[in-house]
Design a protein around this ligand. Structure first.
Ligand code: SF4
Ligand code: SF4
Length: 444
């Protein structure tokens, strides 16, 4: 019996004698409060077998139940193999398609901050390329390995080709129905072209979920996400969202608003959240923030990036505000076996030229693919080798089971993609525990 290598701990805000421990390999992490003496033992006995005699049976049973103290645990290499196996043998067939290389926004232009790294053009997926996408999807679904078809429409801006998006949505739904597979369809869009009528058409064709981007309050958003000609877009996007959430026939269409954050707009995150809450767009629509990442030619993070610790603090402020507003954001990550689309068997990303990719960020972004291949099985093998050989630090990271390495592409391009919880885990534990205590005390 030993203290798991996959744990995190934090201070209990209510008492200087209390400490909070949590597993970072559990499916459902649970916080355990321990006293100072147990905390000292947990810190110091990590590699020895003295735990059983040092901690009383009751608290020890609790620590075992929460997977903080373990009899046996997977080695990092076993975790990596388990992840690789889950990626190769998962039951979800993931298909990503970019119907169009066009985008109505000017985010890639220098005067708006060169925020986007893609290269846009007028190309869209031809009829035969759509047919090929559908035939390949059907063939993969027919091999009996999958019970779910997950299709994502991605940009440039997919809604510059509404008819293609609509017809592929409906055709994929038919394929899924014929194979008795569950169908999950989502679209990532700026929201500018997502009118109520368009949302209705897409929902009728099978769309279950959308994600739109709002990068701050009106002035801030319009300074960085205007149209290519510089016209504002905030009011139009918000009006589209208002109409969608008020439409009874769209109540099953779920949506999320993402705010991309860098140094320029970080102060807008909390005010934007409050605005969306006051407008009653949230919680009907989810809201989260994401740090600007390097992507393609724009090198956005180099130009405007936010320090990961600053982002971590901002995210904690947002969680606190969401908790105060009655929501319960996911604070403690659970076990993650499939790191992303790029290594998932059967998945593929088809760009507007009909070219197949593994990763969602290599289309329209020359030079982004660190591997020689566009095949997800080869990405999986190369990524697994990279982890096992210790070419990136994930193998010795205590967060490996809940992170998986975050982004194979970024690591291999020399960027550090660690998720926000790498930088704010202690604070996450603290507020998750405060919230849990308040709930037990009947205050929420
Ligand atoms: S990406 Fe960062 S947080 Fe995730 S396992 Fe690797 S080193 Fe750890
Ligand atoms: S490699 Fe990175 S960018 Fe590509 S799909 Fe995976 S997480 Fe996304």
């Amino acid at each position: 019996m030993r203290v798991s290598s996959y744990t995190e701990w934090s201070y209990h805000l209510g008492s200087i004698e209390g400490f909070l421990w949590v597993s970072t390999s559990s499916e459902k992490p649970r916080i355990v409060k321990v006293d100072a003496e147990t905390h000292r033992i947990l810190l110091n006995e990590r590699d020895r077998n003295a735990i059983e005699s040092a901690i009383a049976p009751g608290p020890l049973a609790d620590l075992i139940d929460a997977e903080i103290v373990v009899h046996n645990e997977l080695s990092p290499v076993q975790v990596i193999w388990e992840n690789s196996d889950a990626s190769r043998n998962g039951r979800i067939l993931r298909r990503v398609v970019l119907p169009s290389a066009r985008c109505p926004h000017g985010c890639g232009k220098a005067q708006f901050g060169a925020y986007c790294g893609q290269i846009h053009s007028k190309k869209s997926l031809s009829f035969w390329q759509q047919e090929h996408f559908l035939a390949e999807t059907d063939e993969l679904l027919g091999n009996g390995k999958y019970d779910t078809l997950s299709v994502a429409f991605f940009g440039a801006e997919p809604l510059t080709e509404i008819s293609i998006t609509e017809s592929l949505l409906a055709a994929c739904r038919q394929l899924a129905e014929r194979r008795s597979a569950q169908y999950l369809a989502t679209i990532v869009t700026s929201g500018l072209l997502l009118t109520k009528t368009v949302a209705f058409r897409l929902h009728r064709a099978g769309l279950a979920n959308f994600e739109v981007t709002v990068d701050g309050q009106e002035a801030c958003h319009d300074a960085r996400r205007p149209t290519a000609g510089g016209a504002p877009t905030f009011r139009k996007i918000i009006e589209n969202l208002r109409r969608i959430v008020r439409e009874p026939s769209l109540h099953q269409l779920t949506g999320t608003i993402r705010m991309n954050v860098d140094q320029r707009n970080r102060r807008d995150a909390i005010p934007l959240f409050k605005y969306l809450r006051d407008e009653q767009l949230w919680p009907r629509l989810g809201f989260y923030i994401a740090p600007i990442r390097d992507w393609g030619a724009g090198r956005a993070r180099q130009n405007h990036g936010i320090d990961p610790h600053d982002f971590g603090r901002l995210e904690i402020d947002l969680f606190a505000e969401q908790l105060r507003s009655g929501a319960e954001p996911t604070l403690l990550p659970g076990r993650k076996r499939v790191v992303c689309t790029a290594v998932r068997a059967g998945s593929s990303v088809v760009d507007p030229f009909g070219k197949r990719h593994s990763c969602t960020e290599t289309p329209l972004s020359p030079g982004e693919n660190p591997f020689a291949s566009d095949n997800e099985t080869e990405w999986n093998a190369a990524w697994t080798d990279t982890l096992i050989e210790g070419k990136v630090p994930c193998r010795s990271c205590n967060l490996l089971p809940v992170c998986g390495g975050a982004c194979p592409k970024d690591w291999l391009l020399g960027r550090v993609p660690c998720p926000s919880f790498r930088y704010n885990f202690k604070e996450r534990i603290q507020i998750a525990h405060l919230f849990e205590e308040a709930r037990l005390g009947g205050q929420v």
